[in-house]
Design a protein around this ligand. Structure first.
Ligand SMILES: NC(=O)c1ccc[n+]([C@@H]2O[C@H](COP(=O)([O-])OP(=O)(O)OC[C@H]3O[C@@H](n4cnc5c(N)ncnc54)[C@H](O)[C@@H]3O)[C@@H](O)[C@H]2O)c1
Ligand SMILES: O=C(O)[C@H](O)CO
Length: 328
């Protein structure tokens, strides 16, 4: 029996290899733009199709789902994080949501270490000196950073990415601490050489570097608020490659300016938007444009997972990466 050919709308351009394969499998329309859809375009796209493939830039809230057409049964997100999608509202309207968990974990962990090293070893300042031609040759006192070997790393959110970061941190000789909603199995903890803290506040006071890998949910919104930031050592560095909303960005900016926090390496910003302009002006921060999982291989693999989720749905089964609504 031949499988029903589903109609699929992709909200913006994907890597060519992914678009090509999608066109072989589905009746696909890829919006011919690399800018996110407007709200009206999004609602219009959701009227006529079986499957929508959005990205982190598309805000799919309850009002949008209420206007979706009868045919729409799957939102197959191109990405791991789903905080831009009201999964409960999708479910209430009979629409499943899937994502691409784990695909970008190793790449995101690599970039997390890159941010850690960039801040502690002052790589952007070194780059800048070379670009401006201001280098006067090797000096015993120039551009001295801090070691990461021997330092303690706190991981907030010890899932796929947190664990990939822990493995790398151990190889760099760091002591790994973590706080997670659930404690890991003892054998996993032993493999990672990671010390569990049931109290996030207590862990924060101990660590030299904090890296955040929990998702953005109602319970993690501003989990690093001013009060928690103040528990950290003034010499501490914060790295965030999860979602910007887990940190109170204004409080962080203020404390980076006052020296209450020594430095930050950020890939993501509050509301998924541009960083606070005062953050850009600081020397002790390294800011990246949400590129922690941006590898050619990773993006193609994300596409393959999206297609697997859609194909499994087309065959009448639940997509393997279905996101379970918290309302269930
Ligand atoms: N910057 C990027 O390009 C990029 C790439 C991939 C993922 N991400 C982000 O990283 C996030 C994490 O990805 P992952 O694959 O590791 O997810 P995951 O689900 O494997 O791990 C998340 C962990 O956070 C824990 N957690 C949830 N709520 C918590 C809380 N309140 N307190 C403590 N721990 C809590 C969970 O128990 C889980 O262990 C994604 O949700 C996404 O937003 C960003
Ligand atoms: O969550 C992810 O996979 C990336 O941040 C892109 O959405």
């Amino acid at each position: 029996m031949s499988r029903k050919r589903l109609s699929v709308v992709v909200t913006r351009r994907l890597p060519a290899a992914v678009e090509h394969r999608m066109a072989e499998l589905f009746d696909v329309t890829v919006r011919d733009s690399d800018a996110p859809m407007s709200r009206d375009e999004l609602i219009a796209a959701m009227q006529e199709v079986d499957v929508l493939v959005p990205t982190v830039n598309d805000r799919l809230d309850a009002a949008v789902f209420e206007q979706a057409g009868e045919r729409l049964k799957l939102v197959a997100n191109y990405g791991a994080g789903t905080d831009h999608i009201d999964v409960n509202a999708a479910h209430a309207n009979g629409i499943m949501v899937s994502n691409t968990p784990g695909v970008g974990a190793e790449d995101t962990a690599d970039m997390t270490l890159a941010l850690m090293l960039s801040v502690t070893r002052r790589i952007p300042e070194g780059l800048s000196v070379m670009q401006t031609g201001d280098w006067d040759g090797w000096s015993p006192t120039a551009l001295l950073g801090g070691k990461i070997g021997g330092r303690s790393l706190g991981i907030l959110g010890m899932g796929r990415i947190g664990q990939a970061v822990a493995r790398r941190a151990r190889a760099f000789g760091m002591q790994v601490h973590y706080h997670n909603r659930n404690r890991l199995r003892p054998e996993t903890e032993a493999d990672l050489g990671a010390k569990y803290w049931s109290s996030l506040n207590q862990m924060l006071a101990q660590v030299d570097i904090l890296t955040i890998h929990c998702p953005h949910t109602p319970s993690t919104y501003h989990i690093m608020n001013a009060r928690r930031l103040a528990l950290m050592k003034p010499s501490a560095v914060i790295v965030n490659t999860s979602r910007g909303d887990v940190i109170d960005e204004n409080a962080l900016t203020r404390m980076l300016r006052s020296g209450e926090i020594a430095g930050a390496g950020l890939d993501v910003y509050e509301g998924g938007a541009e960083p606070n302009p005062r953050l850009r002006a600081l020397k002790n921060v390294v800011l990246l444009p949400h590129m922690a999982s941006a590898t050619v291989e990773g993006r193609e693999e994300m596409g393959a997972r999206v297609m697997l989720n859609i194909s499994t749905h087309a065959d009448g089964f639940r997509p393997p990466d279905m996101v379970i609504p918290s309302s269930l």
